[in-house]
Design a protein around this ligand. Structure first.
Ligand SMILES: Cc1cc2nc3c(=O)[nH]c(=O)nc-3n(C[C@H](O)[C@H](O)[C@H](O)COP(=O)(O)OP(=O)(O)OC[C@H]3O[C@@H](n4cnc5c(N)ncnc54)[C@H](O)[C@@H]3O)c2cc1C
Length: 398
């Protein structure tokens, strides 16, 4: 269903643009099942930045007014908002990772195995598990129902549901996934939960499902208070590029052409280019074959589009281990490696571990942030609604 190339992402965007206005606003909450879709299906492309948020919003606003496409544009900005919020509250990600590790190391909670195998006896849940495993995708409304039933009906730890999503979603994303699960659980907007009901499910699945026995109340989960939020740094380039810099592209941002266009002083100076990825880092249990295949296909596609200053193509590194990156830097005689900024999540952790190893070799790690993130993220400090108010202004600016 999802071909992991930029060309396929752009084609999906072009097909979707005509219905991104009132049609989307009317139909977007309906889940028509795995073979039909009233939504864009762009998330695996956007999540890896095979296609960027900027391109998607620009293409839609080329065809529709902001008023007509308001709903769709807002949805794209939800992704930006979640990333910006997690950037300012990185402890939420670290805590989630610790809790998944602890839960995975302990005894499995009652009902977990049946839930993961799609054998809860709740027909809708079991069908969604199969759909997720088979396709690597679920409609947004289904994700909300799924998380709500997981937490409040099956009474399973939310972290293990989020981890299951992370292992199987082609668009598995630290910010959107973790924070959406927290939102359903009543942790994100403190005390406000999302309760799935049979009537809502029946209405928006056109009667395909009407599950019985769902929880009728949803008491918000609780947690230790979070530390004060950190601020988003102002500059879009972090580090100094020396004489011989190499570009290392990774799975958080696979469209280097537009990233470098925002930093023209670097564009002509890259002595070498490489790509690397490690999607298994998304979960202690690794990721499904489908996620691994989508990511490696996407990275291979990026390699074909990435050239150094002499026109040489990017090398696909065999893995993302620091020693592999160091070997590449040595073989190219690099004094700096330039990477797209990775938002809080597994790739950021990977780069944070790489930095001191490179430093000990005399190689600097320089990060480049997109203007989109630099402009929007600082506004994601509170709830989505004050952020949403700023969208027209952000669209104008960006
Ligand atoms: C429990 C739960 C877990 C989720 N996990 C992920 C995840 O791991 N990765 C991920 O990319 N999205 C996640 N989402 C958000 C959302 O469900 C998907 O982005 C969306 O379903 C993708 O389908 P689409 O591209 O057809 O969406 P469309 O409706 O066509 O939306 C267009 C784009 O807007 C963005 N978007 C839409 N809805 C949301 C949303 N609620 N939050 C953030 N961005 C949104 C996405 O980039 C999407 O591609 C999750 C939502 C929930 C409720």
């Amino acid at each position: 269903m999802f071909i992991p190339t930029r060309a396929a992402g752009l084609e999906a965007l072009a097909e979707f643009v005509p219905v991104a206005g009132p049609d989307y606003a009317r139909d977007r909450n309906h889940d028509l099942g795995p073979s039909e879709r009233a939504v864009s299906g762009l998330s695996p492309y956007l999540r890896h930045r095979l296609v960027t948020e900027h391109e998607v919003v620009a293409a839609v606003l080329d065809r529709h007014s902001l008023q007509a496409a308001e709903k769709f544009v807002q949805e794209v900005f939800w992704r930006t908002y979640w990333k910006g919020w997690l950037e300012q509250n990185p402890e939420v990600w670290r805590r989630y990772r610790r809790e998944v590790d602890e839960l995975a190391a302990g005894d499995a909670p009652a009902g977990l195995e049946a839930a993961l195998a799609g054998q809860t006896g709740i027909e809708a849940m079991d069908a969604w598990v199969r759909e997720l495993v088979d396709t690597g995708y679920l409609h947004n409304h289904v994700r909300m129902w799924f998380a709500s039933i997981w937490i409040f009906t099956l009474e399973l730890p939310w972290q293990l549901g989020a981890d299951f999503f992370h292992r199987h979603l082609l668009d598995g994303d630290a910010a959107s996934n973790t924070l959406s699960w927290r939102w359903v659980a009543g942790l994100q907007t403190r005390g406000k939960t999302y309760l799935a009901s049979a009537s809502n499910i029946s209405r928006y699945t056109d009667g395909r499902f009407s599950p019985e026995g769902l929880a009728t109340s949803a008491r918000a989960l609780d947690e230790e208070p979070l530390p004060p939020r950190t601020t988003v740094e102002p500059g879009d380039v972090d580090g100094t590029v020396g004489e011989r810099a190499g570009l290392l592209v990774h799975e958080e941002d696979l469209e280097p052409a537009s990233l470098l266009a925002e930093h023209p002083s670097l564009a002509g100076r890259l002595a070498a280019a490489a790509v690397s990825s490690d999607p298994a880092g998304r979960s202690p249990a690794g990721v499904s074959d489908a996620v691994a295949a989508f990511t490696s296909g996407a990275v291979a596609d990026a390699a074909e589009r990435t050239l150094d200053a002499t026109g040489r193509g990017a090398r696909v590194l065999s893995d993302a281990a620091p020693s592999t990156v160091v070997d590449w830097a040595r073989s190219e005689g690099l004094d700096a490696i330039v990477v797209p900024l990775a938002p809080v999540g597994p790739v950021r952790e990977r780069l944070d571990a790489l930095r001191p190893v490179l430093a000990s070799e005399g190689v600097a790690l320089v990060t480049l942030r997109r203007r989109w993130d630099g402009v929007a993220w600082p506004h994601a400090s509170r709830g989505f609604f004050p952020f949403r108010e700023r969208i027209p202004e952000l669209v104008r600016q960006l």
